[in-house]
Design a binder for this molecule. Structure first.
Ligand code: 5GP
Ligand code: MN
Length: 364
């Protein structure tokens, strides 16, 4: 894929993945071309990649088929996190209960497991055809047309390449949403998944009007005081064990009550936990409504934290995974910490280089 007459090649680095993606794009576009009604939905508790990718895709699809009805759905019956309200088209996001029809095509973005559609899942089940665009490990049988590339740093990367494939102009609005997707899923280009492809696509997006400074200001530098007070509690109780190689912290229901912090603001707290020097595995737990706990897991190296998340009914990638636990923070700690210790020791045995290679392949 080439753009603007430049010599920079965009797309996956291997010829095999390129061929897979091009064939997938052709099938996705053929599926969408015959649709009058299209619903685009990302995963429950959406992050910057989920929202940026679905909003950009909605604009791309609308440019290709101006007469189609394109709706942008949330998976949950609650508003999207306010920090992303600067994204162009944010006001188009609808809660699933507002969608009563049966879409010709339902596009699932940034998820491969239909359970992650949460309250929007019935809409997907009512659709004539399902398209999946994702970078999580694929689930067999989900999607009539799909591109699922676990090697892509963000779904935003794949959507940008879809726009190029379909010869849709990258407007500043599309570029900004896609840039937000890539910036957030690569942890500002600091995670292991920040590869050449992510940088090349990001460079193209900036050339087309994306503003990294606006993204940074909104997503990383606009915290309410209540959140910062909660963060200070979380920082104050970071604990390490296994010679500092596992770090964890948590936020309880009473922490939220005491500080007045909003649950949706807390996505970045795992990054504070993983920043501990020498830590290889990080865990952050937060109490959520319904007597449950959300867990975020991160690995800096060879340890595949998705194994622990999957065991707990969640999932994700090798370097970043999550789960929901029924019970209190204390109970969750009792359930998760021994598994992390086991993971650390099991995967230590292959410190001979073989696992390190696998780790590079499987970053977020
Ligand atoms: P986070 O910790 O930021 O919520 O999620 C990290 C990664 O794991 C993301 O790619 C996210 O999509 C995935 N993930 C988080 N929670 C779950 C879950 O409950 N189930 C599955 N399948 N994936 C999850
Ligand atoms: Mn993603």
């Amino acid at each position: 894929m080439e753009q603007m007459g430049s010599k920079v090649q965009l797309g996956p680095s291997s010829a095999e993945e390129c061929a897979y993606q091009e064939a997938g794009f052709a099938k996705i576009l053929a599926t969408l071309s015959s649709a009058n009604t299209i619903a685009i939905c990302a995963h429950t508790s959406p992050d910057g990649d989920a929202l940026g990718s679905q909003l950009a895709l909605a604009q791309i699809v609308q440019k290709l088929w101006p007469s189609a009805e394109v709706r942008v759905l949330l998976a949950d019956e609650r508003p999207a996190p306010h920090i992303y309200s600067f994204l162009p088209g944010f006001e188009r996001l609808e809660m699933p209960s507002t969608y009563e029809g049966d879409p010709d095509v339902f596009v699932a973005v940034d998820l491969s497991d239909p359970r992650r559609l949460h309250e929007a899942r019935p809409i997907c089940e009512r659709a004539d055809k399902v398209v999946v665009i994702d970078h999580h490990p694929p689930v067999e049988g989900f999607g009539d047309a799909k591109v699922v590339r676990t090697g892509a740093a963000a779904v935003g990367v794949i959507i940008a390449e879809l726009a190029l494939h379909a010869k849709v102009d990258l407007t500043p609005d599309i570029a900004q949403s896609l840039m937000c997707a890539i910036v957030t899923d690569t942890g500002r280009f600091q995670y292991q998944n920040a590869d050449g492809e992510a940088f090349r696509v990001a460079s193209l997006l900036v050339d087309h009007g994306a503003s990294p400074s606006q993204i940074s200001l909104n997503v990383y530098e606009s915290f309410g005081l209540a959140f910062l007070h909660l963060k200070s509690l979380v920082l104050g109780r970071i604990t390490t064990f296994e010679k500092g190689r596992i770090a964890y912290s948590y936020a309880t229901q009473s922490d939220f009550e005491r500080t007045g912090a909003n649950l949706d603001e807390c996505d970045g707290l795992i990054d504070a936990v993983r920043s501990v020097e020498g830590s290889q595995i990080a865990l952050f737990l937060k109490a959520v409504p319904g007597g449950k706990v959300r867990g975020n897991l991160r690995s800096k190296g060879i340890h595949d934290v998705s194994r622990v998340a999957t065991m707990l009914g969640g999932g994700g990638h090798r370097a970043a995974a999550g789960f929901t636990f029924e019970g209190s923070v204390d109970e969750a700690l009792v359930a998760v910490l021994p598994s992390l210790r086991k993971l650390l020791h099991e995967q230590d045995v292959c410190d001979d280089g073989q696992c390190l290679d696998e780790a590079k392949e499987g970053a977020q």
